[in-house]
Write a protein that binds this ligand. Structure first.
Ligand code: ADP
Ligand code: MG
Length: 492
């Protein structure tokens, strides 16, 4: 016999159901919005041309730098491409201080980033770094600069391979004075202020990097079609026919290599269906959005990615806790649920808790109890509490995975890639797809339910984690940019 708590948890969980018919509708609408984005500016799906017109084949060589401003961390790495589909990578990872994300100026942020690059060079490439300083001091010799790929995982309007203006911040960043500015120029100027031997050669979206890296490391006859991120945010980049990108005709200054007939498109699918014509919309989604710093935008992302899944769960748990007929965590100590408890705090619950809950197979759900203690400071949760948390977690995670299938299926169908017998390669990256138990299984189940994909289509899809993809991918794009002068737009 189900208790009032479990009955209510189950009722709320059902609001997160996302059945096959809705998935199918979502796919149709995604394809419609993606075509709209290829034809016009200012559409809900941005479909941004990246000016990268080829994916690598694994023979590329050289030493490159890459940095990645992701959303939670800043990564600095150097990548040695061996030219045989393998590479060596050295990296450091730094948490971005919260105050730099939202209250400082762009100069504060970019100076912080340049300092991390300097520290990295001193530790890992000190010889080169010192030699450069010496040459500068003595005023002789050719400058030897590292070409750097700058992975910047926010929407930018790209004007060429190494310049792009920030359209808007997402994922909790909010530094108004950077919007509308060229982020490569901002980074280069912070680098020059520190006199580092580094040239920002390419602006790379992490999703494009994921696609490039996957294509370098797994160069079958068919290159990788799609790179997709499910981390702090979510986004996808895929290979499109240039003839389909009709809005390129209106970009007078754009110039790029047309020989492949293809170009990578950065979909910016986090903002798929901002108008909510097909996306599911529970009261928890509505409240999360209303309380966010960018209401009405990134609506797909707010239902799918790591930054938000924990917050959705928190809101459902809070609803249970506040409901006098139900209650949850009744056995928890007063201290753990005092007025400033994490459960009451916006962003108080990290998405990694959902993974821990979903992974639980322990007797008496001891792992869930530990996770609740570690994440929310809630002690003495009862078995029933844990069961309720589990029901809601499962519903929220499963909906996210099925929504992810909508975007992936739409790309597969739109590009016609399921029409042949070949395997279709998809590279993925991000903590959610990497660590959330059964994320790929739920995603694949939804793919099979889509008429145009079906069992046969789903079998052709090879999904592989593109580990450290943004680092290697950025290095690969820096390589392309440094080699091919025609791809270089002069800086204004
Ligand atoms: P970034 O987006 O900065 O590249 P990640 O791919 O690591 O970084 O994603 C970080 C996001 O993933 C955060 O929102 C975090 O809450 C979430 N996350 C971290 N660990 C896990 C996990 N084990 N399971 C699910 N989500 C996680
Ligand atoms: Mg990332």
């Amino acid at each position: 016999m189900s208790s009032p708590l479990l009955a209510e948890a189950t009722r709320i969980a059902r609001e997160f159901d996302y059945p096959a018919a809705q998935v199918q509708r979502g796919v149709a609408e995604y394809i419609r919005q993606s075509n709209e984005g290829l034809a016009q500016e200012n559409t809900t799906l941005s479909q941004i041309p990246t000016f990268v017109t080829a994916v690598p084949n694994g023979t590329e060589k050289g030493l490159y730098l890459a940095v990645d401003l992701g959303g939670t961390n800043f990564r600095v790495c150097s990548v040695q491409l061996h030219g045989d589909t393998t590479f060596s990578l050295t990296q450091s990872k730094i948490m971005i201080p919260r105050e730099l994300m939202a209250s400082g100026t762009s100069k504060d942020l970019f100076t912080f980033l340049a300092r991390q690059i300097e520290a990295f060079l001193r530790i890992h490439h000190n010889e080169h770094f010192e030699a450069h300083k010496r040459r500068r001091r003595e005023g002789k010799g050719e400058e030897e600069l590292f070409d750097l790929g700058f992975t910047f995982s926010f929407p930018v309007r790209q004007n060429g391979i190494n310049s792009g203006t920030l359209i808007r911040w997402t994922k909790g960043f909010n530094i108004p004075d950077a919007v509308g500015h060229d982020v490569c120029a901002l980074l280069q100027s912070a680098i020059d202020d520190l006199d580092l031997p580094v040239r920002v050669a390419a602006l790379v979206n992490d999703t494009v990097g994921t696609l490039m890296a996957r294509s370098y490391t797994s160069p079958g006859e068919t290159g990788t079609l799609l790179g997709a991120i499910f981390g702090t945010g979510t986004n996808g980049a895929y290979v499109e026919k240039i003839e389909n990108i009709s809005k390129l005709q209106h970009m007078k200054d754009a110039h790029f290599d047309t020989t492949t007939g293809e170009m990578i498109i950065n979909a910016e699918w986090g903002s798929f269906d901002n108008q909510l014509s097909v996306l599911p919309n529970t009261v928890y989604d509505r409240d999360l959005d209303a309380d966010s710093n960018n209401p009405g935008i990134q609506m797909f992302e707010k239902r799918v990615s790591g930054m938000f899944l924990g917050e959705i769960l928190r809101r459902t748990l809070l609803a249970l806790h506040k409901n006098p007929d139900v209650g949850i965590f009744k056995s928890a100590s007063k201290a753990s649920l005092s007025s400033d408890a994490l459960l009451y705090r916006q962003w108080g619950l990290d998405t990694s808790l959902l993974s821990a809950v979903e992974a639980d197979k322990s007797p008496d759900m001891i792992d869930i109890k530990t996770a609740l203690k570690d994440h929310l400071n809630i002690e003495n949760a009862s078995n029933e509490d844990c069961e309720a948390v589990k029901i809601l977690t499962h519903a929220i995670g499963k909906r996210a995975a099925r929504l992810s299938a909508v975007a992936i299926a739409a790309v597969l169908i739109h590009t016609g890639k399921l029409q042949t017998d070949d395997i279709v390669d998809v590279g993925v990256d991000g903590s959610v797809v990497e660590f959330y138990p059964n994320f790929e299984d739920h995603l694949r189940t939804a793919l099979r339910e889509i008429t145009e994909v079906g069992l046969a289509g789903e079998k052709k899809v090879r999904i592989g984690i593109s580990k450290d993809g943004s680092g290697v991918g950025a290095a690969l794009i820096a390589l392309v940019a440094s080699k091919d002068q025609t791809l270089r737009n002069p800086r204004e």
